[in-house]
Write a protein that binds this ligand. Structure first.
Ligand SMILES: NC(=O)c1ccc[n+]([C@@H]2O[C@H](COP(=O)([O-])OP(=O)(O)OC[C@H]3O[C@@H](n4cnc5c(N)ncnc54)[C@H](OP(=O)(O)O)[C@@H]3O)[C@@H](O)[C@H]2O)c1
Length: 351
């Protein structure tokens, strides 16, 4: 028998990621949107009045008449998903956690806090043990914060996790990131037409730092970072959705190419075992064609929740190189947070 759905609020509901939340939560078997919040520009309006729908298809009917509220507790929901800008997320998400709400966030504000899980369900479900360490929010309440990584970090970490067993020494990643990653209106059209921008604020630091935490091990209520070096360079390119990265990896002892390929293509983990609603059957699609992955052709693999790897080959400087792609607002943002919540529900961390 289907149990009652948990009621969720979306903070930043009118934005690029917020709209993905709305799209992905329509008809979700375990979650039902009951509250929406955004800036004072949108507050007091219905969602249909406040939000210019920028995804393919129509705005879902169920959400049109819901009022857009201020992002402050109380909201009529059991947990909140947050896609607020980083600069206001820290105070706002902290307020919700302090008021007793589980906060499942996309924002960067709390990702590197020592007691906050930076969760990718296929990689580090044991990091959810950190929730118990969030005593500052507890005060007899049940609020806490769980974050998902930066959109480029997620695909890099998913590509590295299955080959970590071979002993990764260093990683060099060069990203080509889609326009939707900058929110709306994002980058000015005159800046990006006929152009590539070799700078995205704080992005390189996020990839270099977050990857080590995600691949680290939980021990004594803290994360021991993975002992590898990551170097990232990030570029904004004229693509609507789908981040791409060219990656080179050096191992302590170079494994065989066929073993690397096998480890990537057969990667399967707890979300697949538990058959979580948003978990893709195939976490990593490995393509053999010499001109794949491509954003337009591969971003929707596994309903946007699979990552795609191609061009896997030996490298003259480091050991192996490959190209990885993922959908930045699905696996890189809203879909990632929803999968986090599905795992937490399955593990008894949400009620
Ligand atoms: N886009 C991606 O691929 C991606 C991937 C991973 C993580 N993220 C992170 O997710 C967050 C949202 O990104 P986005 O791309 O969805 O941005 P966005 O399109 O600019 O949307 C921002 C949302 O936050 C609301 N907001 C802005 N200022 C506010 C304020 N002062 N008080 C309350 N609400 C406010 C906006 O409401 P109004 O419409 O009322 O202004 C809107 O709903 C960011 O932290 C970003 O770093 C984005």
């Amino acid at each position: 028998m289907m149990s009652k759905k948990l009621r969720v609020g979306i903070l930043g509901a009118t934005g690029m990621v917020g709209q993905r939340f709305v799209e992905l939560l329509e008809n979700h078997p375990q979650f039902q949107i009951t509250a929406l919040a955004a800036s004072d520009r949108s507050q007091g309006k219905t969602f249909a009045e406040a939000c210019t729908w920028r995804l393919a298809g129509e705005m879902p009917e169920f959400v049109r008449a819901l009022p857009v509220q201020a992002p402050q507790p109380p909201l009529d929901c059991d947990l909140v998903f947050s896609s607020l800008p980083g600069d206001i997320a820290r105070e706002t998400e902290g307020n919700f956690a302090a008021a007793g709400y589980p906060v499942i966030s996309n924002s960067s504000a709390f990702r590197m806090d020592h007691d906050v899980p930076l969760l990718i369900p296929e990689i580090n479900s044991e990091h959810l043990g950190l929730i118990e360490a969030q005593k500052t929010f507890r005060d007899g309440q049940h609020g806490f914060i769980v974050t998902n990584p930066n959109c480029s970090t997620i695909m890099l970490a998913l590509a590295l996790a299955p080959i970590q067993k071979f002993g990764i020494e260093s990683v060099v990643a060069t990203t080509m990131q889609a326009l939707s990653g900058a929110g709306y209106p994002g980058v000015a059209s005159l800046a990006i037409s006929d152009n590539v921008l070799p700078f995205i604020e704080s992005e390189e630091e996020k990839i270099e730092q977050e990857t080590l935490k995600i691949l680290g091990k939980l021990s004594n209520q803290q994360i021991d970072e993975a002992p590898l070096k990551v170097s990232a360079q990030c570029h904004r390119v004229n693509v609507s959705d789908g981040h791409l990265a060219a990656v080179r990896v050096k191992f302590k002892d170079k494994p065989l190419l066929k073993d690397v390929k096998q480890a990537l293509s057969s990667f399967s983990a707890l979300p697949q075992e538990l058959k979580l609603h948003s978990a893709p059957d195939q976490v990593i699609v490995v393509r053999e064609e010499k001109d794949r992955p491509q954003p337009r052709l591969d971003r929707d693999a596994g309903n946007g929740m699979s990552i795609t790897i191609g061009r896997l080959q030996p490298d003259n400087v480091l050991d192996y190189r490959f190209v990885v792609l993922s959908h930045n607002t699905i696996r890189g943002a809203a879909g990632a947070a929803i999968l986090n919540a599905e795992l937490m529900l399955a593990m008894g961390k949400l009620k």
